[in-house]
Every structure is written in C-alpha cells, then in structure tokens.
Design a protein around this ligand. Structure first.
Ligand code: SF4
Length: 378
C-alpha cells in the first residue's frame, strides 16, 4: 500500500475521534451533522488544524450550523436538470462536466455537491462512467471535458488512466481538465507514477483548490511542482468563505504562495446558496473588496476572476469593482486601485460588437418574482 493510501485509510470519520485533539467538542451534536453530511478528515489535513474554528478547522470539522434551516437548496446550480446521463452535466454547448466519483480525500463542509459527496447510497459505477463517455463520443460539439467529482485523483491510477485514454480517443475532445483538491488536502497522492501517467494525456489542464495560505505547505508545494514539471498547466479555484478567507490580505498571501508553486489563481467563487453551507456565505461586497485588494496591489497574475455561478444554471458571471465611473461617448472617467480618477479619451467609432444593453428592463424593486433566486424573465 502506498503512503497516501495509508494516510487516507487512517481518516477520521467519527466526531468522537476528534475529542482527544480538541477539548470542548460537542460530539453528540457533531454526530447529528455527520449523519446527514459525512465527515472524513485525513491525518495530514487534520495536522494543519490548530483550533476547530480556525480557517482550516472550519473547512473540515462538522458544524451544527449545517443543519439549520435556510433558504438554500441542495442543487442551486441545477446540475441534476442539465444532466443528460447520470454523472455528466452538459450545460454549456462545448463543455461537459464528468463526475467520476463521489469520494474525496476530505469532505469539505462548504462543498457545492454536498448532496452527493461521501454518500454511500449513490456511488458512481463503472457502467455510469461508460455511459457518460458514450454520450461525449456521440456529442461532437463537446470539445472540453472537465473531469471532477468528488475527487478524480482518488481513483486508482489504472482507472483514471482508462478514463483519460477513452476521452483522448474521442476525436472532437480537444482538451481535458481535471478538478481536484488532492494537492491541497492529500498531497502525498501526487506520486511520481501519477505525474508520469498524467503527462501522457496532454493537453491536460488541472484546477486545484486551495482556500487559505496555511494549506500551501512544503508537501503541497512538492505536489504542485511535480505536476507543473509534468507540463500540466495549473490553476486554482477558491470559494470565498466566511471565517476562512473573506479578507483581501488572506488572498494576497495565498495567491503569492500559489504563484511560487507555478499555480495561476483562476477563479474566486462567491459561495453558492447550497443547503447546509449557509454559514459560509459572505456578502458580494466582501468578494469585491478582495478583488480591489488584489488588483494593482500585487502582480496581475495573482488576480483571479471573481464570479457568481448563477443560481438555476445560468453559468459563471464575472464581477468587478466599478472601475468605470462614467462615460459620455467622448470620454471615460476611470477609477484606479488607489481610488484616484483619470479621464480616458474614447474613440469615435461604432464597435464591431454591440455593447450590452445600457438599460436592463428588470429591477429588484418592485420585486419581479415572488421567489427571486434563479432565472428572472425580462
Ligand atoms: S474535495 Fe471538492 S468535491 Fe470533495 S468535498 Fe471538497 S469541495 Fe466537495
């Protein structure tokens, strides 16, 4: 058995196992949470936790707030309704999301797929994966496949290689992306053998998932550098989480550390309104403040896109602080990162691509819909 498998097999799955590390834990109430949303914390990730309510502990230790009633829903991104075959989401014409397992090296308490991950009763089978590949093969508009889960790097090397081989054999699939938290939560899994296998399937991209600078440990850095050495372009996707990373300084430090490991910060997601994760949500202003704290204050490479994944399956919508203050057709009044103002001379020319409608017919006042979450019709 390899080291990563031993670490994974020693994972803590019962809140009572945490009691000897953290005094004052209310085991009975955490048990109730873990019955609904499974707990799995491997000893490596647990070693990064100093207190249950610190930015690392909040990500992995169950919290009674997960069971509190809220307006959130299990599947706000409507993945189930855009799934033509089990374990495949086909929302955008040229991209497909292939969910290859429901297992992870740790069950993040804020997970968007909390409805699925770690649930023993709904495993993803070999047959389901075959059906998903058959769908991709008969759908020529799909040119980009995102392999996700759960965590695809929890599959055995041979299973993962079989999937990559099958995808690569489909002529219209131009690229494959793997979404994984393994380099962050179980970096020992990134073995030389795994990296050697992955590099046979280029163009292969990987989006990793770090939330806090304390996660960029020497072990994680080694894993990331090993993947980069295998020629895999690495991006990071973070979720903005209350009490974990909802301040600009945390992201400045995280993104600098990631860039030092050749990982390009790619997205910061506004937390989705997922049932059981309400206590992690932040106001949109917190995300805009993070972008303002990065842009201009650190290198442009360290500034990811801040996006909201629109409820109801509308896709990612980028959000920017208001740098364009006013325009009159001849001039644009701009604000820079120091809150200084500049006038830029506009070009008198009809743009080839028409601009977005200046005025939107919708407003939130009066309320356009009795339940204004998700798509609103104009
Ligand atoms: S590793 Fe990813 S899929 Fe698994 S629980 Fe964490 S966020 Fe969810």
């Amino acid at each position: 058995m390899e080291l990563w498998q031993k670490i994974l097999n020693s994972s803590f799955r019962q809140p009572a196992q945490l009691a000897k590390y953290f005094r004052g834990i209310d085991v009975a109430s955490l048990d109730r949470v873990a019955e609904t949303y499974p707990m799995c914390i491997n000893p490596y990730y647990l070693s990064l936790v100093e207190r249950p309510d610190d930015p690392i502990g909040r990500q992995c230790i169950p919290d009674p707030e997960e069971l509190e009633a809220s307006a959130s829903v299990p599947d706000p991104l409507a993945e189930e309704s855009t799934s033509p075959v089990p374990c495949l989401v086909h929302r955008y014409p040229d991209r497909a999301l292939f969910l290859v397992t429901t297992r992870c090296a740790m069950y993040c308490r804020f997970c968007t797929r909390k409805r699925k991950v770690g649930k023993q009763d709904e495993p993803i089978t070999e047959e389901m994966r075959r059906d998903a590949i058959a769908y991709i093969a008969r759908t020529p508009e799909i040119r980009d496949v995102i392999v996700s889960g759960g965590d695809p790097l929890l599959l055995p090397d041979e299973t993962l290689e079989g999937l990559l081989q099958s995808l690569r054999a489909i002529p219209h699939v131009e690229m494959v992306r793997i979404g994984t938290r393994v380099p962050c939560v179980l970096p020992q899994r990134v073995t030389r053998k795994l990296a050697d296998m992955l590099k046979k399937y280029h163009p292969l991209y990987m989006n990793v998932h770090f939330e806090h600078p304390r996660e960029v440990t020497p072990q994680a850095a080694k894993a990331l550098n090993r993947l980069a050495d295998a020629g895999i372009p690495l991006g990071n996707q973070s979720v903005l989480l209350k009490g974990v990373n909802d301040d600009p300084a945390t992201f400045v430090e995280l993104n600098r550390k990631l860039l030092a490991c050749r990982v390009r910060p790619y997205y910061i997601y506004q937390a989705d309104p997922v049932e059981g994760t309400e206590h992690f949500r932040t106001p949109v202003d917190a995300g805009l403040a993070v972008v303002r704290g990065l842009r201009g204050h650190t290198s442009g490479l360290a500034v990811p896109q801040y996006v909201i994944d629109a409820p109801g399956g509308g896709g990612k919508i980028p959000l920017l602080p208001e740098y364009v203050v006013a325009r009159d057709g001849e001039r644009v009044l701009l604000r820079n990162y120091k809150d200084q103002y500049y006038v830029y001379p506009e070009v008198d020319q009809t743009p080839a691509v028409p601009p977005l409608a200046a005025r939107c017919p919708l407003s939130l006042d009066p309320d356009p819909d009795p339940d204004p979450v998700g798509r609103v019709q104009a």
